[in-house]
Design a protein around this ligand. Structure first.
Ligand code: FAD
Length: 479
C-alpha cells in the first residue's frame, strides 16, 4: 500500500489509541468534532493522490507520494514543487503541516545515510529503514523540536531544574527511555507518527548530552500524552466558518512519561554539536524550505485573490491605496515564485548525490515571510471594515430575513448571500480565532524570526556589498 486513500487513513486513525486531552480525555479522535473537519481534509488530500498523477511518483513499478521523489535534476525539483503546489492550493496554504513537509526531510535523510553513519552505522540503518517504511505505508508524520517555555534566560538543560525538557533518563538493551515534554506538535492527535527531532541549539559538552537525540514514535505510544489547545472553530457550518471548519490543525503539547523508544527507532543519540546540523547538513532544510516556500507563496496568492474579490464586491477597487495594497501582494507572490525558480535553477548535486535546491533564495523568503504575512490579514481587515462584522449566520441567509439580507447586504457585484459568503472567508482569514492562530503559526513557523534573521545575517556573504562601499570611498579619496 504505497499510496493510501482517505478511507485507509481514517481506518488507521480509528485503530490508534492516542492519549489525547482536550477539556477532558478524548475517547475517539476520529469522532471528536474538533478534529472532524481537518481529518476530512487530510482524507481528501490522500484521495487526491489517486486522482492526479502529479501527486505521485512511480519507482520500480510501485506508486508513492510525490514528496518522496528523490530529486536528481532541476526537472525533478520542478515536479516536486508542482505536487506541493497542488496540495497547498487545496487549502489556500492554510494547512501548514501536510505530509509533504516532513516527507521532504525523510527523503533527504534517506539519501544522507553517511551523515548518520558518521555517528553510528546503526543509526544509518535505522533512518534508512524508517524512511522506507513511512514511504511504503504513506504515513502522516508530525514533528516536535522545542522545549517547554519555562525560562528562556537559561539553557535547555537548566529549564525547570533540568526536569521539564524531554531527555533520556535511561537506556537498556531494548532502547532508550525518555521523560519530559516537548512544547508543541501540530496535528499530533491525527498523525500516525511523531518525529522527535533535535532541538535547534544544543551546546557541545556533557550538560546537553541527555537532550541530544532524534527518534520517532507512533502517536499512540504508551506513556505519551497529547495535551491539546482549545479549538478555534465554533462548530457552525462551512458557510459560517469556511476555513476553520475544514483546515484547523490542532496543536498539542507532548508529555512523555518514561516512554520506551526501541533502538531501531533511534536515529541519533549524544553528539550535541552534530544534532544541531541534522537538517542543514543532510539537505533536509533545503528540501523542506522548497516545500514551505511553495506553500506560503500559494497562501499569498490566496490573500491577493481575496483582496481583489472583496475590493471589487464593494466597489473600492479603483482607489489608489487599495490598488497599492493589492500590488504589494502581487509583488510578494512574484518574489516567492522567483525564489523557487532561482533555488531550482541554482540547485546542485550535493555530497549525498541528490539535486538540492539552492538555499540562499529560499532562506531569504523564509526570513522575510513571517513578518510580511502579518500585513496580509491587516489589509483584509482594512478593505472589509464593518463588512467583516455584518455577517449573519448561514441559517439567517435563507430564513425569514432572506429578503432583508439581499436588500441590505448585497455588494456592488454580488447578491447579499454571496457577499456574506465572501466576507465570511475574509473574516476567517483575518479576524477569527482561526486567523489569529494562522498569524501566530506563520510568524513562528521556522522558529523565532528575530533569531532566524540573526542567523541569516551571520550566514550571509556580505563581503561584496562592503567592498562596493570601500571602492566608492577609495575613489572619493583619490578625487
Ligand atoms: C501555532 C504554532 C504551531 C507550532 N507547531 C509546531 C510543530 O508542529 N512542531 C514544532 O516542533 N514546533 C512547533 N511550533 C513551535 C515553534 O517552532 C516555536 O514557536 C518557535 O521555534 C519559537 O519558539 P518558542 O515558541 O519556544 O518561543 P520562545 O523561544 O519562548 O520565544 C518567546 C519570545 O522570547 C524571545 N526570546 C526567547 N529567547 C530569546 C533569546 N535567547 N534571544 C532573544 N530573544 C529571545 C523571542 O524572540 C520571542 O519573542 C509551533 C508554534 C506555533 C505558534
Amino acid at each position: 500500500m504505497a499510496v493510501r486513500t482517505g478511507a485507509d487513513y481514517v481506518a488507521a486513525l480509528r485503530a490508534m489509541t492516542p492519549d489525547v486531552h482536550m477539556d477532558g480525555r478524548v475517547e475517539s479522535v476520529a469522532d471528536h468534532p474538533a478534529f472532524a473537519g481537518v481529518i476530512a481534509s487530510y482524507a481528501e488530500l490522500y484521495d487526491m493522490q489517486g486522482e492526479d498523477e502529479r501527486l505521485t511518483v512511480v519507482e520500480d513499478g510501485e506508486r508513492y507520494a510525490a514528496s518522496f521523489r528523490v530529486p536528481r535534476s532541476e526537472a525533478d525539483l520542478v515536479a516536486r514543487r508542482e505536487a506541493a503546489r497542488i496540495r497547498a492550493e487545496y487549502s489556500g496554504g492554510m494547512l501548514g503541516r501536510t505530509g509533504d513537509h516532513l516527507n521532504a526531510a525523510l527523503t533527504a535523510f534517506s539519501q544522507a545515510g553517511a551523515w548518520f553513519a558518521d555517528a553510528d552505522p546503526q543509526f544509518e540503518a535505522n533512518i534508512l529503514a524508517y524512511a522506507r517504511w513511512v514511504k511504503a505505508n504513506d504515513l502522516l508524520l508530525t514533528s516536535t523540536v522545542g522545549s517547554p517555555q519555562t525560562n528562556r534566560s537559561v539553557s535547555t538543560s537548566e529549564q525547570g531544574g533540568g526536569e521539564t525538557t524531554l531527555r533520556v533518563v535511561s537506556q537498556n538493551d531494548r532502547g532508550i527511555v525518555v521523560s519530559g515534554a516537548r512544547m508543541i506538535a501540530t496535528n499530533a492527535p491525527i498523525a500516525d507518527e511523531i518525529l522527535v527531532m533535535p532541538q535547534t541549539v544544543l551546546r557541545s559538552g556533557m550538560d546537553d548530552m541527555p537532550y541530544s537525540f532524534a527518534f520517532a514514535v507512533p502517536a499512540d505510544i504508551e506513556g505519551l500524552t497529547l495535551l491539546c489547545r482549545r479549538p478555534m472553530r465554533r462548530g457552525t457550518s462551512i458557510v459560517d466558518e469556511p476555513l476553520a471548519a475544514r483546515f484547523e490543525e490542532i496543536d498539542a503539547v507532548c508529555i512523555f512519561t518514561e516512554v520506551m523508544v526501541p533502538w531501531d527507532r533511534v536515529f541519533l543519540l549524544g553528539h550535541p554539536a552534530k544534532s544541531n546540523t541534522m537538517f542543514t547538513h543532510t539537505g533536509a532544510t533545503a528540501l523542506m524550505a522548497h516545500q514551505s516556500v511553495t506553500r506560503t507563496t500559494v497562501k499569498t496568492e490566496f490573500y491577493a485573490g481575496l483582496m481583489e474579490e472583496m475590493a471589487e464586491a464593494i466597489g473600492i477597487d479603483a482607489y489608489g491605496h487599495v490598488q497599492d495594497d493589492i500590488a504589494q501582494a502581487l509583488v510578494a507572490v512574484q518574489m516567492g515564485r522567483s525564489a523557487l525558480r532561482a533555488a531550482e535553477a541554482d540547485g546542485f548535486v550535493n555530497d549525498f548525490g541528490f539535486f538540492q535546491p539552492a538555499m540562499e533564495p529560499l532562506a531569504a523568503v523564509r526570513t522575510w515571510y513571517p513578518r510580511y504575512f502579518q500585513s496580509l490579514s491587516q489589509t483584509i481587515r482594512k478593505f472589509g471594515a464593518s463588512g467583516l462584522t455584518a455577517l449573519p449566520f448561514e441559517g439567517d441567509l435563507h430564513g425569514e430575513l432572506e429578503a432583508d439580507v439581499d436588500r441590505y447586504l448585497h455588494g456592488r457585484t454580488l447578491p447579499g448571500s454571496d457577499r456574506v459568503r465572501l466576507f465570511n472567508l475574509g473574516f476567517d482569514a483575518a479576524v477569527s480565532s482561526f486567523a489569529g492562530r494562522q498569524a501566530l503559526f506563520e510568524y513562528y513557523y521556522h522558529g523565532d524570526p528575530l533569531r532566524m534573521a540573526s542567523a541569516y545575517l551571520s550566514g550571509a556573504d556580505t563581503a561584496s556589498h562592503r567592498d562596493l562601499v570601500q571602492r566608492l570611498l577609495d575613489r572619493s579619496r583619490e578625487d
